[in-house]
Design a protein around this ligand. Sequence first.
Ligand code: BGC
Length: 478
Amino acid sequence: MTKFLIAFTAVFVGASAQNATNRFPDNFMFGAATAAYQIEGAWNEDGKGESIQDYFFHNYPEYTTGDTGDVACDSYHRYQEDVQMLKALNADVYRFSISWPRVLPTGDVDVINQPGIDYYNNLINELLANGIQPVVTMYHFDLPQALQYIGGWPNEMLADYFVQYARILFQNFGDRVKWWITFNEPAVFVNGYAAEGIAPSQPASGIGDYLATHTVIKAHARVWHLYDEEFRASQNGSVGITLNMDGLEPASNTEGENDASERARQFQMGIFAHPIYTEEGDYPLVVQQLVDDNSAREGRNHSRLPKFTQEEIEYIRGSADFLGMNHYSTNFVTPGLIGESPSKSRDSGVYTMPGGHYAWGLRNQLNWVATEYPGYPIFITENGLSNSGGLNDTDRIDYFTEYLGAVLEAINTDGVPVIGYTAWSLMDNFEWNSGYTVKFGLYEVDFNSTNRTRTPKDSASFMAEVFSSKQLPDQYSL
Ligand code: BGC
């Protein structure tokens, strides 16, 4: 018996020493993510206004599968099931988004839709009652259509509307919500002002997207200051922004390709992150120079990239408490003039080649972010794998194992301050132009059943184990 105990202790101590770097920090936040339009449905119920996504998917089937988010996962009626799924996952946090037109149907505060407020109150209370912290995105692509009729994000007045909306959110939910994300992936949604095919489908390439970028950055900064000045003392939460930061690695190790990789990162991420997260603020110099030069060459007497005043630069820099980062895969870049003229792609002088799922790309990206924007905690707000469906999703388990391994290496070996991770996605949902054909969920949703039956996939049990133990399974060792 004694012999057995000694042997057992030796194995146990040996294993824990070997896995010392296999653990996430004790206070690391794990959970899953969704977005309002992709799961809620109830698109016109109880006073909700139309969003640009409702409008787009109803009116532009030529760009899509013809499906819509009208019903989606029906989470507006089934949020209690969603919370039970999160509980079964042992989630610490749930990242969801609030639909602006569900709360303010016209986008303005002339109409405050109480059933919309009630819905999010119920969801938040249900989460807290089950020990899960809400992480709330204020804007995940679903602008009130009423505000698109006045031009949408290229119109700087949108910042005023967004600040009013944010105030309503802080007032109604800020007593219980401690993690706020102003915008999800602005680099993606400003494309709706550059090209057709993504809402609101306004093809003003190389102009509309920069104007929208400018408004979004100002709106973000104003909301952070609003929180800081009027709500932080009593509510004590954090406000950040989520940027898409897929890997943009040089195709090979030449100077030209290394420069292209840096330019690609600055045009995709730096354009939003540099004004907010660096000491000097403002757009990255390389972005300013290239867009200004190209604009002059095109015979314009002003740059297509709007300018911040010195006062604005100072007001915007430092306007975040953490940095939210979405990462799915890594692409490879090489110098090249690609895309219509004018366009952001052509301005960047980068040709992007499709890559794949290389977990080292996430580790590199995290290191790039930590070096470029020191001092900010990083919250990985999306990471996940799509497939065509099925409950035995070993591909997804492999993906999460490798990517979480890369996060561990970034934290434990490189010292990158990653504080949380929400997998995309809690359940299969409406994947934008791919409709219901592409599956990202830890839970399967039967879109043919009226009650949208949810069933856990193998990846749900895997993640439940990781989330509760805060470590990767033993077979994964760094
Ligand atoms: C978006 C999600 C989307 C996911 C998978 C991200 O770009 O934030 O809304 O479903 O990627 O494509």
